[in-house]
Design a protein. Structure first.
Length: 70
């Protein structure tokens, strides 16, 4: 079992996360979950701006979408 978890760590984690999200949508409703996600994102980016200014947000998205280009 330990080897399976080591070999498929991200598949297990993301499957559990998907199950939790589906359960939350079923139990509390889509709109409530969406509002919670938007509030969490606002807090995340607000703290980022407080600590590093708007350049920190720019760097976050630049790093997020940076890929290898041919």
């Amino acid at each position: 079992m330990k080897e399976f978890l080591q070999d498929h760590k991200w598949a297990v984690i993301l499957s559990i996360l998907a199950l939790i999200i589906v359960l939350l949508i079923y139990l509390i409703g889509w709109w409530t979950l969406l509002v919670g996600i938007l509030i969490a994102a606002a807090i995340f980016f607000g703290r980022m701006i407080d600590n590093g200014g708007f350049d920190a947000v720019k760097d976050f998205f630049r790093n997020l979408f940076r890929g290898k280009r041919a």
